[in-house]
Design a protein around this ligand. Structure first.
Ligand code: SF4
Ligand code: SF4
Length: 475
């Protein structure tokens, strides 16, 4: 790892040195309107992350991904494993919403709302700032030999990272097992819940590594959303942009100097020093820019000091800067909007058609598919009924098919809320009536009037072979 100063350029990734090693970025402190707004947003999002598994809606945590019972509680709605098709619509709907957002305001998601940025910029980097000081002090510490003082500072920083990662990993686990169960696990021996223990260890290690060392590399070289940007945005997308018309040619000039041959950019490089991905926004919109808006605040500060209008770097579109004309809604935003509406319509229609307050499945009893003897042919079917409602529900099941097939009586089954119960039903026909395999149907009815029809096949031996009289009977 080397930390030689590298000038931002468009030909290589700023955070990777010529020899392939990682260049540690130490963004300078910045303050201003956008920085304050981002901090408030981040605190709000962090609170949401922590409290979501605590808030109960309809008796369950607001977000509770109960993989063990294959139940997914999302803001009062409970989805079961057989409802996961809904997730396709939810995820694709969110993706298209993100597409619309990106086409209008670029990577605002990355800089303001992405959990990765929130944890990196507003938790881990804040801790680093607290322990090692501002950017110049951190750079100096990087270059300093390994004295006792440096070991103590670095040790404290990494220990803090591990503790924070441990807390985050526990909160993350709560999304899968709920807080009450997490609390029980925390008080029990790790050997009694090794799976969860390894989960915590693994995520603590991953969080410590990514947020402590890997950092902005994730956004630059790994995040798939970042790769989509050039396809999602165009010259009308409003994003963090440098006004080269006003700023160029850049050059030094005094506060009171009137020199129209020089633009407003004084080439102080303050915008570069605050950038968490180490780029120079004056080189144009780049894949590495996560739209954090730190360079806007930094440049505004300089402009105020020079008594010039703010906004040399601002939220604007390329066309806005070149022509002064801005177009928020355009063909691609309409197109993405149509996709969202189509998805919502299909989801609503499918929910209307398929959503039932319960789910039932039928399968053949494990083992022989039928039993045949001189009395007749018998099949046994197993039913699994899941009650998706709150409160107990009573279910009845009946069968229909050919006249010669008899269905055994099954007593009404009471299934508790969000639970599954299994039971069996015998289906029989006498030897005299047996007429080969037949399609049959079962109807499962709930006490609140919903019903579901299940198709099955009553199977048995070849009817000619089975019904042929024995030789002595023939004689
Ligand atoms: S902070 Fe503003 S004035 Fe300074 S280099 Fe960047 S764009 Fe130019
Ligand atoms: S160029 Fe500006 S908005 Fe983009 S990442 Fe750097 S500081 Fe943030």
């Amino acid at each position: 790892m080397s930390n030689k100063k590298k000038e931002p350029n468009l030909d290589s990734v700023t955070t990777i040195n010529e020899d392939g090693s990682k260049l540690i970025i130490h963004p300078a402190d910045v303050s201003g309107r956008f920085t304050t707004l981002r901090r408030i947003t981040a605190v709000f999002l962090l609170i949401i992350y922590v409290v979501l598994p605590w808030i109960k809606i309809n008796g369950y945590p607001a977000v509770f991904l109960n993989i063990a019972d294959r139940q997914f509680h999302l803001f009062g709605i409970t989805l079961f494993a057989n409802d996961l098709w809904v997730l396709f619509f939810l995820i694709s709907g969110m993706a298209f919403a993100l597409f619309v957002l990106s086409s209008i305001v670029g990577r605002v998601w990355c800089g303001w709302y992405c959990p990765y940025t929130v944890f990196l910029d507003h938790v881990y980097r804040r801790v680093e700032r607290l322990i090692e000081g501002d950017a110049p002090k951190r750079k100096k510490l990087d270059r300093a030999p390994w004295t006792a003082g440096k070991i103590v500072k670095r040790g404290t920083k990494w220990l803090s990272y591990v503790i924070i990662s441990l807390i985050l990993a526990h909160i993350f686990l709560a999304y899968f097992i709920s807080f009450p169960e997490l609390w029980q696990l925390m008080r029990a021996k790790p050997s009694l819940h090794l799976g969860e223990f390894y989960f915590i260890l693994a995520f603590t290690a991953v969080f410590t590594f990514t947020f402590g060392w890997f950092r902005e590399q994730f956004c630059i070289i790994m995040c798939p959303y970042g790769r989509f940007q050039s396809a999602l945005t165009d010259d009308d997308t409003i994003t963090v942009t440098y006004d080269n018309v006003r700023g160029e040619p850049r050059g030094k000039k005094r506060k009171d100097q009137i020199d129209t041959s020089i633009g407003d950019c004084v080439d102080c490089k303050r915008c570069v020093s605050v950038c968490p991905t180490g780029i120079d926004i004056r080189d144009g919109i780049q894949l590495e820019c996560v739209a954090c808006s730190a360079c806007i605040d930094a440049c505004n500060d300089i402009m105020v000091k020079l008594d010039r209008p703010k906004g040399l770097i601002r939220y604007d579109s390329r066309n806005g800067i070149d022509t002064g004309k801005r177009k928020i809604l355009r063909a691609r935003t309409y197109l993405y909007g149509v996709f969202i509406l189509l998805g919502a319509a299909v989801l609503a229609f499918t929910l209307y058609k398929k959503a039932r307050p319960f789910h039932a499945e039928v399968s053949r009893f494990t083992g022989a598919s039928y039993i045949s003897n001189d009395d007749g042919v018998r099949n046994i079917f197993t039913f699994h009924v899941t009650n998706k409602r709150r409160g107990d529900v009573t279910f009845t099941v009946s069968g229909s098919g050919s006249e010669e097939i008899q269905f055994s009586e099954v007593a009404p089954i009471v299934v508790s809320e969000l639970k599954t119960k299994s039971f069996t039903m015998g289906v029989f026909t006498t030897k005299a009536d047996y007429d080969g395999s037949k399609d049959i149907q079962f109807t499962v009815k709930s006490s609140d009037g919903s019903e579901m029809t299940l198709d099955a096949t009553f199977s048995g031996p070849n009817k000619h072979m089975y019904k042929r009289p024995k030789e002595e009977e023939v004689e």
